[in-house]
Design a protein around this ligand. Structure first.
Ligand SMILES: C[S@@+](CC[C@H](N)C(=O)[O-])C[C@H]1O[C@@H](n2cnc3c(N)ncnc32)[C@H](O)[C@@H]1O
Ligand SMILES: O=c1cc(-c2ccc(O)cc2)oc2c(O)c(O)ccc12
Length: 238
């Protein structure tokens, strides 16, 4: 692993190789339809350190539709940051829906909390400040949790995705979805390693390995969609 400070300060580029097209998409179809509190939280996050880490609003739109199609009620999220994807999920599940939200950084979550409270959805959220893996291990150990989640969103340390996947596949029900963010990593996955800045190489390597592993996993059907930084949607089939 490279120097962790350097890695944390890395910025991913946008996938679309036309800035004009990316701007067109968000200005035409995304920002005009974004919920007011999501917009306010996104704008607040822009002024927060590492403010680029929030889930892309175009990915958010797709996730909103998936949650509604699934009638998702019980979800799990790994990687909360200031809570854009968390608030989005909370807004798209019913009043008695529940989200288990895990992040090592409670401070960032607290930046988003006033927006979550204002939206009246805090009661749906169980925020756990912890590395995700031991929490997932604990959840998997309790048989009453197995196959009970409708949706899992994974947007944390990219090199742990397959460790998360092995646990989450047991927690998500057959027919439920697991969505992995940043799987195209701004397009770096197709760049020769030597052309990628050293700081981005561990992310590129992790994304390539995840894409290969998910493509080989016949417990799920997959769609690697080029929204945001790449969102791989997996439907559990076995
Ligand atoms: C890309 S950000 C998440 C963005 C978030 N989904 C949003 O919409 O704003 C990644 C988050 O993963 C968290 N993280 C990194 N490693 C983690 C781990 N091992 N367990 C849990 N969270 C982790 C970081 O603290 C950070 O808040
Ligand atoms: O620039 C980033 C960095 C991350 C990141 C770095 C280190 C971790 O342990 C977790 C996440 O994640 C990002 C991300 O998910 C994104 O959509 C854009 C940029 C970054």
């Amino acid at each position: 692993m490279e120097n962790i400070e350097e890695i944390m300060n890395a910025n991913f580029p946008v996938i679309l190789q036309s800035d004009k097209l990316a701007k067109y998409i968000v200005e035409t179809a995304v920002y005009p339809r974004e919920a007011q509190l999501l917009k306010e939280l996104r704008e607040r996050t822009e002024n927060y350190p590492r403010g680029n880490m929030g889930t892309s609003p175009d990915s958010g739109q797709l996730i909103s539709i998936l949650l509604k199609l699934l009638n998702a009620k019980k979800t799990i999220e790994i990687g909360v940051f200031t809570g854009y994807s968390l608030l989005l999920t909370a807004l798209n599940i019913p009043h008695d829906g529940k989200i288990t939200a895990i992040d090592i950084d409670r401070k960032a979550y607290e930046v988003g909390l006033p927006f979550i409270k204002k939206a009246g959805v805090e009661h749906k959220i169980d925020f756990i400040e912890s590395p995700a893996l031991p929490i997932l291990d604990k959840l998997v150990q309790d048989p009453s949790n197995l196959g009970t989640y409708d949706f899992a969103f994974i947007d944390a340390d990219k090199w742990s995705y397959m460790n998360y996947h092995e646990r989450l596949i047991k927690l998500v029900k057959v027919g439920g979805l697991l969505a992995y963010d940043d799987t195209l990593l701004g397009g770096f996955v197709v760049w020769p390693e030597e052309d990628v800045e050293a700081v981005h190489r561990p992310f590129r390597k992790a994304a390539i390995e995840v894409n290969q592993a998910l493509a080989n996993d016949h417990r799920v059907e997959i769609a690697l969609t080029p929204v945001g930084d790449g969102l791989t949607i997996c439907r559990r089939i076995a």
